[in-house]
Design a protein. Structure first.
Length: 369
């Protein structure tokens, strides 16, 4: 088993979080994050952002450039402030530490639903003001402290060159080293990995949740000596660029970057993918103020801008009105298209809300041993 050094990039992979309201408590909340290398330290020095800026925290790489390209000028014209992207990764531990220290540096953060629910329940996030933001996404993607900003998927990515044109069709192939040789890339966090392990073990998609954790972890054990566990999206890309792996469990938009770079030699399948909503959240005490943060979110949910973001970075639109704006030749790469959704498993947010702490600790123990 091989792990990727965290210093290859400033990005931090997006883990779901855990919090006080599920009985875990603050110490365990931060302890679990520390186990992921996400301990909330060194936050206070950042200070507050200038009031003439609106700082959006995301996960760096091409997404940082894309956010500026799509929303930078619109934010300046409509809110009168400069859009600044911090790509260091808005992990739950950092958000919590900033708010509790009253030294918040971020105005809006790109997160996932689990942390949003936990941080919101802990009174660390501003409620979403839907009177400003509007109802641009489906009701199931509207949360008290978060609203879906884009759709992403954990998918089976593969290198056609290394596999000599032998294309995998399922997660069972991912575990099949006889017919599909080479190292595998798996995420250094359990989310999106347990589901695929169960699919490889023969569990039908309709029976994935509630996750049979012991069974999933046993399946991970089978592959760990043949796997490299990535911590960031950029690291997962590098594993393919450097030829270290032939297949991987990756975010679809990162795989799409590789597809374009390699002229299609690196590709993915939607079958058995785990599709999930990403969300905007606003930390309490954000420097630019709640009003400007909500105005940014409103802009970011406009269908035209969501379609443009997809064209640049491959993030699936959360606003249904954007679907019609996606060119036909790009629809096969959009996780939010009906045909692609039908081949995937929607992530069960409630299961991760209730079981993440245990699942993550046991997963990390297995991949580290």
């Amino acid at each position: 088993m091989k792990t990727i050094p965290a210093d290859r990039t400033k990005e931090i992979a997006k883990p779901l979080g855990c919090g006080d309201n599920d009985g875990i408590g603050r110490r365990h909340f931060l302890g679990a994050l520390a186990g992921l290398g996400l301990a909330a330290v060194g936050i206070g020095e950042a200070g507050a952002a200038p009031s003439e800026e609106l700082v959006v925290a995301n996960w760096g790489g091409p997404a940082a450039e894309a956010f500026i390209k799509v929303w930078g000028e619109a934010v300046r014209q409509q809110t009168g402030v400069k859009l600044v992207i911090d790509g260091s990764g808005p992990t739950p531990g950092k958000i919590r530490a900033m708010v509790e220290a009253r030294k918040v540096a971020w105005d809006v953060c790109d997160a996932t639903v689990g942390p949003a629910l936990m941080l919101g329940n802990a009174n660390l996030l501003e409620p979403i003001d839907y009177a400003i933001v509007g109802n641009k996404v489906k009701p199931e993607y509207q949360y008290p402290w978060a609203v879906c900003n884009y759709i992403f998927s954990y998918v089976l990515a593969f290198n056609k060159t290394q596999l000599k044109g032998h294309q995998p069709t399922s997660w069972k192939d991912f575990w099949n080293f006889k017919d599909f040789p080479g190292k595998r890339a798996l995420r250094g966090s359990c989310v999106g990995q347990l589901e695929c392990a169960l699919l490889a073990d023969g569990v039908p998609p309709s029976k994935i949740y509630p996750i049979d954790l012991p069974r999933a972890l046993e399946k991970i054990k089978e592959i760990r000596e043949h796997a490299i566990f990535w911590k960031t999206g950029a690291q997962s890309e590098d594993l393919f660029r450097q030829g270290e792996v032939s297949m991987g469990n990756m975010w679809h938009n990162r795989t799409n970057v590789l597809r374009l770079e390699s002229n299609g030699q690196i590709d993915w399948i939607w079958d058995g993918g785990v599709v999930a909503p990403a969300v905007w959240v606003v930390p309490k005490g954000n420097p630019a103020g709640k009003q400007k943060a909500m105005e940014f979110i409103r802009l970011a949910l406009e269908p035209q801008s969501q379609a443009e973001l997809f064209k640049i970075i491959g993030m699936g639109p959360s606003n249904p009105a954007a679907a019609a704006l996606i060119p036909d030749n790009l629809k096969p790469f959009d996780p939010s298209q009906a045909k692609n959704l039908a081949r995937q498993i929607p992530i069960n947010e409630a299961w991760y809300r209730d079981h993440l702490a245990e699942a993550e600790a046991k997963y990390l123990d297995i991949i580290s041993s």
